[in-house]
Design a protein around this ligand. Structure first.
Ligand SMILES: Cc1cc2nc3c(=O)[nH]c(=O)nc-3n(C[C@H](O)[C@H](O)[C@H](O)COP(=O)(O)OP(=O)(O)OC[C@H]3O[C@@H](n4cnc5c(N)ncnc54)[C@H](O)[C@@H]3O)c2cc1C
Length: 357
């Protein structure tokens, strides 16, 4: 079976890895360099922020992935020598006025979550500002370092003879008698038995029915250079978070901006991100911002991704629209996609992810 994957972000690369393991001959095509768009820009938190606010279809993918990310990270390190730096940093949520809903969700989904009060809060993360005396604590939440995860995936795919073609844009699907048979690209036609569309925020342009359903939503982030150990937990407050990396880099994110395909960073966002990060961790005021970047999240209307075969075009599969949770849900969504492509029992009920006509 020949599979052509449109888009080499995390979703496209995880699909490629899954399909290769099913014996498919996989070609991955990207308009730029693989792994340099939203997947590279993301924070790598392996949990939705405020997970109780999402539909159960998102929780189902997140829970499946969370259990398997440590093994993926281990395998990739063995295969490639690149460590994706998976760390169980835990997630400390400071704005916890929905704690009843949150604790109920956690108990229903078998997720460890505790309510911390008083001294237990600074004991959990000593770098926090003293005014925070109440929080929700999710000790099992992990993070990965996205650029390293993507680099490892790319190397592993190349080692396993996946063809990766960069700087070629897919411009159109070639459909005959309601079946996709290939794609037009900026370098000519490419034919395949199955086409998998994983083009992130750009997916809407290529697939009938998705045009107005995938919106690019910009997210800006910054990174402070600090000594390792300044911070050890992921801390979240009012949608803003800080993430400590092993080497001392502390990421602070993220904005949510509806600006079309504009990826430019702004001084306004820089200031806002610094202010919010320092509200949580005052010591960050002493360290310089080393990086500032933006990425375009592929947003579906409900945050539930579209995964599955197109209802009118046989052989065309879609895996897109993961919005803010493409890293944590990506592993499961790639597995669900390959279940559908090879006709195996799906890991989760597939209906919530269907592309409706
Ligand atoms: C600031 C920020 C923070 C985030 N933090 C987190 C987090 O902590 N945890 C989490 O789970 N998620 C997070 N996310 C969300 C997550 O990063 C995305 O949901 C996920 O990366 C989407 O992956 P993707 O492969 O669909 O898209 P992308 O990574 O954007 O990949 C799509 C690829 O398709 C290619 N492409 C597009 N059109 C074409 C075409 N016509 N022809 C060929 N190639 C094409 C692009 O060049 C690109 O490489 C964050 C996102 C951002 C922006």
């Amino acid at each position: 079976m020949d599979c052509l994957i449109v888009g080499g972000g995390l979703i496209g690369m995880l699909c490629a890895r899954g399909l290769m393991r099913e014996g498919a001959v996989v070609t991955l095509v990207d308009k730029g360099v693989v792994g340099r768009e939203a997947s590279w820009a993301g924070g790598g938190i392996l949990s939705p922020l405020y997970p109780w606010r999402y539909e159960s279809a998102v929780s189902a993918l997140a829970c499946w992935s969370q259990q398997r990310y440590p093994e993926l990270a281990r395998q990739l390190q063995v295969e490639t020598g690149v460590d994706p730096e998976l760390e169980h940093s835990g997630l400390l949520i400071l704005d916890q006025d929905e704690s009843a809903d949150a604790l109920q969700w956690a108990s229903k989904n078998d997720v460890v979550m505790e309510q911390l009060t008083g001294e237990a809060v600074p004991a959990c993360e000593p770098g926090m500002a003293p005014e925070w005396l109440s929080a929700l604590w999710m000790p099992e939440v992990a993070q990965v370092r996205n650029p390293r995860l993507l680099q490892a995936l790319r190397l592993s795919l190349l080692q396993q003879k996946t063809s990766i073609t960069e700087h070629i844009r897919i411009t159109r699907l070639i459909v005959e008698k309601n079946r996709v048979i290939g794609v037009e690209t900026t370098a000519g036609r490419m034919m395949a038995d199955k086409i998998i569309l994983a083009a992130g925020a750009w997916s809407g342009a290529l697939v009938p029915g998705l045009q107005h359903r995938i919106e690019p939503v910009q997210g800006q982030m910054i990174a402070f250079r600090t000594p390792p150990g300044l911070l050890s937990r992921i801390v979240l407050n009012e949608g803003y978070y800080v993430i400590p990396r092993r080497d001392g880099l502390v990421l602070a994110g993220s904005t949510v901006e509806h600006r079309g395909f504009d990826k430019r960073t702004t001084t306004q966002a820089l200031t806002q991100l610094q202010v919010e990060a320092r509200r949580m961790i005052p010591a960050l005021a002493d360290y310089r911002v080393e990086y500032h970047w933006a990425g375009l999240r592929p947003a579906s209307p409900t945050g539930v991704p579209y995964i599955g075969e197109h209802p009118q075009i046989r052989g065309l599969f879609v895996n897109t629209g993961h919005f803010r949770n493409g890293v944590v849900t990506g592993l499961a969504s790639a597995r669900l996609l390959s279940d559908m492509v090879v006709g195996r029992d799906p890991i989760v009920i597939p209906e919530p992810y269907a592309i409706l006509e």
